[in-house]
Design a protein around this ligand. Structure first.
Ligand code: PLP
Ligand code: ZN
Length: 384
């Protein structure tokens, strides 16, 4: 393993690397839910560069083993190496040269979440755990449930009270121990975290520092699929903020290793009902914070009021010159229909927010000649 150390994103101090490292021992869970001492995994980048360019050819995320915190492929189904392809119907939007779809719906449980689960389950098995838990609006739980069924782990999943019958049905199919919270996702997260003391392994992607490394592989793939270069824009829905921040980290590591020559601008999208990252991004720039939107959103997978990996994403947005956009459910719904009717791909409601945000951005600025990537984070229909 080429992991060289851990550094806290909150106090910026290095901390001891152990197999069980979790939050920063100095900062702990911080003062607010979005303020925990989240650790960042660092690597021996000179050695990783050699390993990466002599790629092992695996057609899944383990092709990036030199930049992953695992010794070897674990007992997991193939994840990642998903296609990146052009949507001809979207070319020309805002003057864009091309719009590429990163189709994460092709993962084993049809969501990008499988990337973090692959790393979490690999580590849990290597460390001898039999139980693994997570809090989730649905996709992380379903992913963990499916992978646990494959690997012979017991999955314990904590979901919000409002979790749909459809999502509960998927958890039941995979045989997970499902705990329906009396509160929202943020409440379920706290309930789940109490279970670490029982000796269960955490698949909470923000807090367990090793898991975001799995999500990072989506970014590494995009770069490799573009011939080791960067697109101009990457658009992705934001909940706890792990996914887009991890993609940002991928490109930052690749620029530091001299493999790509610039960072893509990261464009994060949230719903007008729940947009804490948009608010924080605007407040940090002295901009007025948007008026309160509708009370609820159908974009369940990003309905997170206390984004656990906020600091990580704010850092990556700053470095990449990125921005945050809030969109209405009407825009998301229209984007979901458009992706199906004009690009032939069915995504879950939340995922379509990427296209909604790109349309917004195109109204605000000229994107002439640029290349944009939409991360289609999930493909399980919301009602089936
Ligand atoms: C979890 C999820 C996201 C957001 O990922 P975060 O890491 O929580 O920001 C976006 N889309 C879908 C479909 C998801 O399941
Ligand atoms: Zn710290």
């Amino acid at each position: 393993m080429l992991v060289s150390g851990l550094e806290c994103l909150r106090c910026e101090q290095p901390t001891e690397l152990t197999p069980e490292s979790y939050l920063c021992p100095r900062c702990g869970t911080g003062e607010r839910a979005s303020d925990a001492g989240i650790l960042d995994v660092l690597y021996d980048y000179a050695a990783a560069r050699k390993g990466l360019l002599g790629a092992n050819g695996d057609a899944d995320l383990f092709r990036y083993l030199p930049l992953l915190p695992v010794e070897e492929r674990g007992q997991v189904p193939p994840v990642g190496w998903t296609p990146l392809y052009e949507a001809p119907a979207l070319a020309g939007l805002g003057g864009l040269d091309s719009v590429l779809l990163k189709d994460e719906t092709r993962n084993p449980t049809r969501a990008l979440k499988d990337r973090a689960t692959a790393v979490g389950v690999s580590r849990a098995k290597a460390l001898g755990y039999e139980d693994i838990y997570c809090a989730s609006a649905g996709n992380a739980a379903i992913s963990l449930a499916g992978f646990s069924a494959y690997a012979g782990l017991r999955a314990h999943v904590f979901v919000p009270n409002a979790a749909s019958e459809v999502r509960l049905g998927w958890l039941a199919r995979f045989g997970a121990d499902t705990r329906r919270s009396s509160g929202d996702y943020d409440f379920a997260f706290d309930e789940a975290e109490e279970m670490r003391s029982r000796g269960w392994y955490s698949r909470n992607c923000a807090f367990n520092p090793f898991l975001v490394e799995g999500k990072k592989t989506a970014g590494l793939e995009i770069a490799e699929q573009l011939g080791w270069s960067s697109p101009d824009l990457i658009v992705c829905p934001v909940g706890d903020a792990c996914t887009l921040a991890a993609i940002g980290k991928a490109f930052r590591e690749l620029t530091e290793m001299g493999i790509v020559d610039r960072l893509p601008r990261l464009i994060g999208v949230q719903s007008r009902a729940t947009h804490p990252v948009v608010d924080r991004f605007d407040a940090d720039r002295g901009r007025p914070v948007a008026a309160a939107g509708p009370a609820t959103t159908t974009a369940a997978s990003i309905d997170v009021k206390e984004p656990r990996n906020l600091t990580r994403l704010l850092n990556e947005l700053e470095r990449s010159g990125g921005t945050m956009i809030a969109v209405d459910d009407e825009e998301i719904g229209a984007a979901q229909r458009e992706l199906a009717e004009r690009s032939g791909i069915v995504v879950e409601f939340t995922s379509a927010a990427s296209l909604g945000a790109l349309r917004r951005l195109a109204e605000e600025e000229t994107l002439a000649g640029q290349r944009a990537v939409l991360i289609l984070t999930g493909g399980r229909p919301d009602d089936a």
